[in-house]
Design a protein around this ligand. Structure first.
Ligand code: NDP
Ligand code: MG
Length: 399
């Protein structure tokens, strides 16, 4: 594989830092063309210097502060025992609301979108328009954009980074498209697996953030506890692989060693296995269709272990059933589901609402949506629906 240039959006987050870890271990394979973060100026500055990145983008903050942080860190490296860097390292700096889009637009071979939430939509579209391969962690942009995003992408331009969808993409190599019968998405069940709805009432934000297997950002960790993440992933699977919702199953598998599966027409099921970490799906997102060496440790078969599987409890965790409904409805419904969730998750962490209120609020906002409020075929229409749902959710929750 000749070296690929990569733009990392959300470089200071859980996905972004792991992507830079993979890139740092494979410097002969990758260069970093651009970085983009929200507000973490000091970490962004260190990353920029470490990878000598030509374009550095920050959503919230000051260009002068970023430039100073870059200068100070570069100078500290020159003073230390590290290899000398040319004093000339002075990247282009972009600050402001459109910074992530600017990073997405540089024409990198691969754009890894690792920002959180619906703010990832414009950068996703910018990366596709620039002709870059989109390594997609920011599932929200695909889910809310729907056809808008899938129509903007040429075949194989979007490589899923979400572990379940990476597993499905890997498993799909085991047969032809017309041989596929169903997709089976695995779910950890989250930290509250096995509880009834009544037993979820007193859950605290701290408990919701204690994911059994993965260490991730706040929104996705909360979404894993409510199962909203699995709901979003069912819609994501439908959009990525063009399989109808009634042929996408969810199975709870607490150990998260099987990341998802594909069932073929002959009754054979192919699964992808590995430790419950994101390194392999991130690396594959960057190097697809090739694999890199020694990205993570394989399963250890020298130890006795048992893996469990169980159906999802839709009564205690109605988020997946609701996601199927909004996915089937299409249009702006998925955007409304996602935006209402983002508002409710924030309110939950601020201590303003309870845990079960999150999905209840999404359901009420979805119910109030007619789908005629805005046009899902334009980015403005999708973001209008997103804004409408945020207001509606705030009103529903008395925020
Ligand atoms: P984090 O919260 O850890 O990171 C979010 C990143 O986005 C940070 O770098 C943050 O910057 C940046 N950011 C925030 N606002 C902006 C903005 N306006 N413009 C540009 N960047 C911004 O999230 P995760 O890494 O956990 O998740 C990222 C995405 O990947 C989500 O869509 C999630 O669903 C998906 N994903 C994550 C997995 C995981 O294991 N973490 C697994 C599968 C999917 P700053 O640090 O400065 O705030
Ligand atoms: Mg996932």
């Amino acid at each position: 594989m000749s070296p690929r240039s990569v733009a990392v959006l959300g470089s200071t987050g859980s996905i972004g830092t792991q992507a830079l870890d993979v890139i740092g271990r494979n410097r002969d394979r990758f260069t970093v063309a651009a970085l983009s973060a929200g507000s973490n100026t000091s970490l962004l500055a260190r990353q920029a210097v470490d990878f000598e990145v030509p374009l550095v983008a920050l959503a919230t903050g000051s260009a002068d502060d970023l430039r100073r942080a870059i200068g100070a860190y570069a100078a500290s490296l020159r003073r230390g025992s590290h290899a000398l860097r040319g004093p000339a390292y002075a990247p282009e700096i972009v600050v402001g609301k459109e910074a992530a889009e600017a990073a997405a637009r540089v024409g990198a071979d691969v754009v890894l979108n690792g920002v959180t939430g619906s703010i990832g939509l414009r950068p996703t579209l910018a990366a596709l328009a620039a002709g870059s391969v989109l390594a997609l962690a920011n599932k929200e942009s695909l889910i809310i954009g729907g056809d808008l995003v899938t129509r903007a992408a040429r075949p194989d331009q979007i490589i899923p980074v979400d572990s379940e969808h990476s597993a499905i993409a890997q498993s799909l190599r085991g047969g032809r498209a017309e041989e596929v019968r169903r997709l089976v998405v695995t779910a950890s069940g989250g930290p509250f697996r096995g509880r009834s709805r009544a037993e979820l009432a007193d859950v605290t934000p701290e408990q919701a953030l204690a994911h059994p297997n993965f260490s991730m950002g706040r929104v996705i960790t909360t979404n894993s506890a409510t199962l909203v993440n699995k709901g979003l992933e069912v819609i994501e699977a439908h959009l990525l692989f063009d399989i109808p919702f009634d042929r996408i199953d969810v199975v709870v598998h607490p150990q998260q060693q099987i990341h998802s599966m594909v069932e073929f027409r002959d009754g054979s099921t192919i699964a992808q296995l590995g430790p419950p970490r994101m390194l392999v799906p991130i690396a594959l997102g960057l190097s697809w269709p090739e694999r890199l060496d020694d990205i993570d440790v394989p399963c250890d078969w020298s130890m006795a272990q048992s893996w469990d599987f169980a159906p999802l409890d839709d009564e205690a965790f109605p988020a997946v059933r609701l996601a199927r409904q909004v996915g089937e409805a299409g249009g702006t419904f998925p955007a409304v589901y996602n935006a209402a969730n983002e508002v409710a998750v924030d309110a939950f962490h601020e201590g303003r609402i309870g845990f079960v209120d999150i999905v209840d609020a999404i359901a009420r906002v979805v119910d109030a949506h007619t789908g005629r409020e805005s046009d899902a075929s334009t980015v403005e229409g999708v973001l209008d629906a997103d804004a409408w749902a945020r207001e509606q959710a705030a009103a529903e929750l008395g925020l």
